[in-house]
Design a protein around this ligand. Structure first.
Ligand code: AMP
Length: 321
């Protein structure tokens, strides 16, 4: 896999110097994610949150969906990891954990504008973050540089890239970041995928599936080649489709140039966008992963609440009517 070299400035003897930074992609990127995971786990920098996973079946038309509900494990709720996770949520709005980032969680540079870190409080293994090297607002609409970083990660590992566009869409950090969790090779690798397959989607037009909340789904323009120019061209195509979908969903930029709350989800096959009205309903928080068909709850009490509301009804309640 071709590596791209750029430089990062540093000060030595009062002079600004530059040392080369290798850009990671392909197998090298994923090997580095695995290596840094091992070292960050041993050093205690990675504060994984253990969960147990159960299934909830929902039928839409002829299609049976197997939603995943993850419940934070009993022991973990009292552990330091969970306290740390909780305290980071309470940090003031201007707290930026990505500038500076924790060196133990640093995977490498992806592009001139993006670097890759491990998610410190991960629920799933190898949950990575793509963060901008310079500060940008999470509520800025995505541009082709964002899609370029996303495609580099999707090429390195089959996965689900997601974006929580603003606090009402489930984001807790103001510094712009996308995220990716790996997907297994199983056919139903994310619970809502069976609904997308029969839609005969194209890259040109987006469609609404049978899911009972507003959203649009299209085919991802996924590059086969690994040359940066080709990946960049595909990133631009995906970015154009994303903006088309935003206008179809009437998610035009607001007067301050920021985008209304929404989630983007993207695999090698599908790209979908969901507008958001609020981050939670009855204290059950939903981020982009909810719209892949996976829901995280804090404890059994929340699981009971979720069962009373119903998974799809919960998703309806955090999206506009
Ligand atoms: P979001 O809540 O969607 O804005 O995503 C931000 C993610 O960053 C969360 O999943 C956190 O677990 C993760 N996170 C918080 N602090 C750090 C940190 N210091 N380094 C890496 N990841 C972090």
């Amino acid at each position: 896999m071709r590596k791209i070299i750029s430089t990062r400035p540093f000060i030595s003897n009062g002079l600004i110097q530059e040392y080369p930074l290798t850009k990671l992609s392909g197998t090298a990127l994923w090997q580095q994610v695995q290596a840094v995971t091992k070292s960050a786990f041993s050093s205690g920098a990675l504060k994984s949150i253990p969960t147990r996973c159960i299934e909830r079946q929902v039928t839409l038309g002829q299609i049976s969906l197997h939603l995943q509900v993850r419940i934070v494990a009993n022991l973990a709720r009292k552990s330091k990891a969970t306290k740390d996770a909780a305290s980071q949520v309470k940090k003031p709005g201007d707290f930026d954990p990505f500038l500076p980032y924790e060196p133990a969680l640093y995977v490498g540079e992806l592009t001139n504008h993006y670097r890759c870190l491990l998610n410190k409080f991960n629920v799933m293994d190898h949950h990575i973050l793509m963060v901008t090297t310079e500060f940008a607002y999470q509520r800025e609409p995505l541009n082709s540089e964002d899609f370029y970083a996303a495609l580099i990660c999707l090429q390195a590992q089959r996965g689900l890239v997601f974006f929580n566009g603003g606090p009402d869409a489930g984001s807790s950090i103001t510094h712009k970041h996308l995220q990716m969790i790996p997907l297994t090779e199983n056919e139903n690798s994310y619970p809502f995928e069976p609904l997308f397959k029969p839609l005969s989607l194209t890259v040109e037009g987006s469609k609404q599936s049978a899911l009972p909340f507003p959203h649009r789904v299209a085919t991802t323009c996924y590059p086969v080649g690994k040359e940066p120019d080709e990946i960049r061209r595909y990133a631009e195509l995906n970015c154009r489709n994303y903006h088309k979908i935003l206008s179809e969903l009437e998610l035009q930029n607001m007067a301050d140039g920021l985008a209304p709350a929404h989630n983007l989800l993207m695999t090698r096959d599908h790209l979908w966008v969901v507008p958001r009205s609020q981050s939670s309903y009855n204290n059950l928080a939903i981020n982009a992963l909810g719209f892949a068909g996976t829901i995280l709850v804090k404890d059994d009490q929340q699981l009971t609440q979720l069962d009373q509301i119903g998974c799809l009804e919960l998703l309806k309640n955090v999206t506009p009517d």
